[in-house]
Design a protein around this ligand. Structure first.
Ligand SMILES: [Zn+2]
Ligand SMILES: [Zn+2]
Length: 174
């Protein structure tokens, strides 16, 4: 998904708008692969801000499939976020800057902006830390492993500190 910016670079102030759906179906975040339910919708505005630099202002909308942090049921998480970057297309960069630029501009290839790469990076940056299927998700039973939201098991899952459990047993004898 490359956006060619050759024409855009001709004159400062030129603007190019791109509305694309990016077919990212999997994303790898911290060693775990997650699926996406739909293509990622994007609205991107590119502006030539002079000095061979292009300002990228965009919005993305993705449906990530993520397991609930408590019960592991899959949840569709709608991620909507704005992003803002400046891509440099200068022919020759000062040697000192090279390392930084290469690292920061992986989505820049020649006179193209790789929207797939850019959106992928934004999904990783904005990936949610914790997702719950519902706010009061009861999670999984520690004893039998059933999903307590679906199955009310008979396990004794009182939230008792293991050290306090000793006292519970003592009290039982009375
Ligand atoms: Zn849950
Ligand atoms: Zn149980």
């Amino acid at each position: 998904m490359l956006i060619n910016v050759t024409k855009l670079l001709l004159s400062e102030g030129f603007v190019k708008e791109v509305n694309e759906s990016i077919p990212i179906d999997k994303i790898k975040c911290q060693g775990i692969t997650y699926s996406l339910k739909d293509e990622v919708k994007t609205e991107v505005k590119l502006t030539n801000i002079g000095k061979k630099e292009v300002e990228i202002a965009g919005k993305l909308n993705a449906a990530l499939i993520i397991p609930c942090s408590r019960c592991t049921e899959e949840v569709i998480y709608h991620l909507e976020t704005n992003f803002h970057r400046v891509a440099s297309f200068g022919e020759k960069r000062v040697a000192v800057d090279d390392d930084d630029d290469d690292e920061a501009n992986k989505y820049v290839e020649g006179h193209n902006i790789d929207l797939y790469q850019l959106v992928y990076e934004e999904l990783i940056i904005n990936f949610p830390m914790k997702v719950l299927c519902k706010n009061d998700c009861e999670g999984i039973c520690n004893s039998c492993g059933c999903n307590i939201n679906i199955n009310k098991c008979d396990c004794d899952n009182l939230d008792i500190d293991p050290r306090m459990a000793v006292f519970k047993d003592i009290l039982k004898d009375y």
